[in-house]
Structures are given as C-alpha cells and as structure tokens.
Ligand binder design. Structure first.
Ligand SMILES: Nc1ncnc2c1ncn2[C@@H]1O[C@H](COP(=O)(O)OP(=O)(O)OP(=O)(O)O)[C@@H](O)[C@H]1O
Ligand SMILES: [Mg+2]
Length: 495
C-alpha cells in the first residue's frame, strides 16, 4: 500500500486528500502519479471505480501555476455528466490551492460558458464538440495548456471521433504532456492513441479480470417479452438502494421508466434526447435517492460515480463487451460490493460468451424469480415496515381499535389484511414494452457451437414455449443493427 506523500504530492493536495478521506493511493494512482509528475505521457488502464480521476487529477493540479489565470490543463470526457463530475472531483482535490476547474459542455448557453471562461479557470473539463465550438469561435484560449487528459479515451477515439480529438490536440502547444485513461483499451484503439502521444508509459494495473471482483455478475436467460415482469420481480426481491437499468434505445428507456413508474417504483429515464436541464435534474434526484431506479442508455455507462448504486441491470445486453464492463462498473466502486444482472434472450446466448471472453470473467446463471418469490419480497418490505412501527412508534392510541378488531376476527386474519393493504400489487397494472431485435451475434458465431451447448435451457423456465422469431418482429439483424447502434451512440455522445 502506498501513501500519497511517498508519491511526491504537494502539501495543499495532501490536505485535500485527507479531507476527502483518501488514506492510501489505489494501485493505478500509485503507478501512474510518479510517471505523470516526471512529465511523461501516460496511458493508464485500470478497472472501473478504482480512482483514475485522481490518478490524472493529482499530477495535473500539482503542475498548475496557481498565479497564472489561464487555462493550463484540458480534460476531455465523452459525456456532459462526466465532464461535470470530473470538474467537481478536480475542484475538491484543488480546494487548498488557488486552482479552479470549469466544466463546459453542450446543452448549456454559450454566453454563460464564455463568461465563466473569462473568469480564468486554470483547468477546463469539456466534451469534445463544445470544446471545438469554443476553439473555432476563439472563445477559449488554449495556447498555455501544458497538460491534456483524455478520460474514457477509447470511447472518444472509437467510431471516428479521432478527428475531433486530433483537432483539439492540434490547438495545444506540441510540448504538452498527454494523459490517457480508461478501464478498457482495445488494442486497435490503443494504437491510435499512441499516435497522439510521445513515448507514453503504459500502466495497466494487473488484474485477472477486466471487471472488478467485488461485482457479482449474473445472467438470466429470458425471452424478450418476459423481461419487464422479471425486472419487476427482481427489484421487489432485492430492494436495491439505487439501481441503474441499461436499455438499448431511447425509446426503450422511456418505456421501461414509464412502465416502472406505473407500477409504483420511483423511476426516471436518462438519455441524449432529453434537455440538459432534465438530464441534470434526473441525475440529481437519483444521487439524492429521490429516484431509486435510473433507466439509461449508454450515456450513463461511462465514468459516473454515484455512491449507493447496489445493482446494475442490463435490460438489454450491449453490443460491445467494453460497454458491458463500463455499465456494470457503475456499481462495486471504491471497494464496495455490487451486483450486475444481465437479461439475455435465448438468441443472444452466443453474445454472452463473447462478453465473457473479452472480460475474462464469468456470469453465473440465475433462474428468473417467480411471481411467488416477488410476492414474498414485497411482503418482506411490508413486514420490515411493520416491525419498524412496532419498535419505534407510540402505538397506544391505536390499541382500542385493535382490540375491537380482535374481538371480531382472529389475529392472523387481521394482520394478513394489514399486510395486504400495505403491499403493492404491482402486476395489476399492465405495461407494454415494444420489442427490439436481438443483438447481432455475428462476431461470436463460431463460438456458439462449442460454448453455448447446455446453457440454452430456456425450456426449464418457460415450459418450452416458442420464442425467437416473434421477438425479432420479423426484422433482419446484422448490418441494420450495427448501423442503428452507431447512430445512437453518436447521438448519445452529446457534446
Ligand atoms: N485513494 C482513494 N481512496 C479512497 N477513495 C478513492 C481513492 N481514489 C478515488 N477514490 C474514490 O473512488 C471512487 C471512484 O473513483 P473514480 O470515479 O475516479 O473511478 P474510475 O477509475 O475513474 O472509474 P470509471 O472507470 O468508472 O471511470 C470515487 O468516489 C473516488 O472519490
Ligand atoms: Mg473515470
């Protein structure tokens, strides 16, 4: 275990770390901070929730000249919410040094950002599109920038956004230091990344698996049309503190979020088509626990650090194994435990193997909970409430009423009636979710024969009812699927 003062971190940052309760450096911090402080370019790869933000934040703040009120550090992140969160963490780390970080991102009025930029923040955290906008309008000056950070670098370099990143980096003096971080770094993306850097030190925190071990990973093989009720049952049984449910499209996110609301859950959806104001208010409610089930597209998959997320559900499995890693990484952060449950349609079973091969971890099969299990789960919640009332409330004023009731009925009947009245009967509310085509499993096809055998025992749970074709809605997959995915990822990318 490494202490921060062994890493050459300056006194004001040490003081902030102490205030934040960071006692020891995480492995990625211990390994990258010395390289970064020496001025090297760094590629840092470590599992989700292991403190990569501070791994680049600390050396960056360390290097800032607090007296110079010019942008000296530039951090680029793929989503607006992440830009905001990273700026907040940087500001916490820089609390005892006169260094300020500002987040700039799409969906917020330009003039407000221009005014804020004039205030002289030394660090700017931005989404690529909005940053380029400011650069082209010359409303941001980056000629004094000595450090550039790409957080979630692979995501930004993925899918043709390399040109935006290149253009951004071209505006920064060449002698800059470049730091690049992510939990995933596919080889081809890393190769692109190295073209943007000078002899980078590559730090990959050694781990057997790409996912953190404190996340228990499960899958449930389930036909499309049973997903929603299964999700309901699960939520009732587990009563997550906070849960994030990932769905494939914005439409599905809206439908699932509304369906859950109709069934009495405090649920909201988040995706790239919402106004920025709405996105922020949904996230705020979720962080405060006023919403406890967040339904999201991949816009919420990367980087978001929300404490109390005990469960992540893949209502639809993602196409990319990398996306799986990031999604489930919203739980099990900073050493806490978490649970990830992926719904996989029988036709997608081969895709499960592809994900497992990439992440080098296994998902355990879980039987879908029955309605009876769920009912027991719901009743358990009621029973807990009753027990709390017994222990904590003054029940004297109700005693006469209770005695009257017990004169007329036996105690079991009375208590059963009370439990029934206090228990939500969710399934009385019908909910319809439009179906989607299963994920294309093209890439994984040749693994299908040897790997999925014996796994596809869907019959056990559903009495061998027909599946497949009906879920697909007759649509072809392949090319179309891939195109669709590219589109929504692009739009989600936001800026
Ligand atoms: N040294 C430390 N000691 C204790 N907590 C820490 C330490 N470093 C970071 N944390 C906390 O751990 C949590 C996760 O950190 P962070 O968001 O930086 O993870 P990450 O590696 O960037 O994850 P992701 O891959 O999901 O982006 C945060 O709440 C952060 O404040
Ligand atoms: Mg991060």
């Amino acid at each position: 275990m490494t202490k921060f003062n062994e890493l050459g971190v300056s006194a004001p940052i040490m003081k902030a770390l102490e205030k934040m309760g960071f006692e020891e450096a995480t492995p990625i911090q211990a390994e990258t901070i010395p390289h970064a402080l020496e001025g090297h370019d760094v590629i840092g790869q470590a599992q989700t929730g292991t403190g990569k933000t501070a791994a680049f934040g600390i050396p960056l703040i360390n290097k800032i000249n607090a007296k110079l009120r010019k942008v000296q550090g530039l951090i680029v992140a793929p989503t607006r919410e992440l830009a905001i969160q990273v700026a907040e963490e940087i500001n916490r780390l820089a609390k005892f040094k006169s260094v300020r970080a500002l987040a700039i991102y799409g969906g917020q009025p330009m003039d407000r950002q221009i005014r804020a930029l004039k205030d002289g923040p030394q660090i700017v955290v931005a989404t690529p599109g909005r940053l380029l906008d400011h650069m082209r309008r010359k409303t941001i000056r980056i000629d004094q920038v000595h450090t550039a950070v790409l957080d979630e670098a692979d995501e930004m370099l993925n899918m043709g956004f390399i040109d935006d990143i290149r253009e951004i980096l071209k505006g920064i003096p060449e002698e800059r230091q470049t730091l690049l971080f992510s939990a995933t770094m596919p080889k081809e993306i890393r190769n692109i990344a190295t073209t943007l850097m000078k002899e980078p030190k590559e730090v990959k925190v050694k781990a057997k698996e790409m996912t953190v071990e404190n996340i228990d990973q499960y899958f449930i093989e389930i036909p499309e049309k049973y997903k929603f009720d299964t999700l309901n049952n699960h939520l009732d049984i587990n009563s997550p503190e906070l849960a994030i449910i990932f769905a494939r499209t914005k439409k599905r996110v809206d439908e699932v979020a509304e369906g859950l609301q109709a069934r009495g859950y405090r649920s909201e959806g988040i995706h790239g088509d919402l106004t920025q104001g709405k996105r922020m208010s949904v996230l705020k409610k979720f962080k405060q626990g006023r919403v406890d089930v967040l339904v999201a597209t991949d816009v919420a998959a990367r980087g978001l650090d929300i404490s109390g997320v005990t469960h992540v559900y893949n209502f639809d499995i993602p196409q990319d194994p990398e996306s799986y890693v990031h999604r489930i990484g919203r739980t099990g952060r900073a050493g806490k435990m978490g649970e990830a449950i992926s719904f996989i349609t029988p036709r997608e079973m081969a895709h499960l193997n592809l994900i497992e091969q990439t992440t080098k971890s296994k998902m355990k099969r879980m039987a879908p909970p029955t309605n009876q299990d769920a009912r027991r789960g719901q009743q358990q919640v009621t029973i807990e409430k009753l027990k709390n009332a017994i222990n904590e409330k003054d029940l004297k004023v109700y005693e006469d009423a209770a005695k009257e009731l017990l004169d007329e009925y036996d105690s079991i009947t009375v208590v059963s009636a009370a439990i029934s009245m206090m228990t939500k009967e969710r399934r009385d509310t019908p909910v319809r979710i439009s179906s989607v085509a299963p994920i294309s499993v093209k890439k994984a096809k040749n693994q299908k024969d040897n790997k999925t055998k014996g796994r596809s025992n869907n019959k056990r749970f559903y009495g061998g009812r027909g599946q497949g074709g009906r879920n697909q809605g007759g649509r072809g997959q392949g090319g179309r699927n891939r195109k669709g995915k590219g589109n929504y990822q692009r739009r989600n990318r936001d800026n």
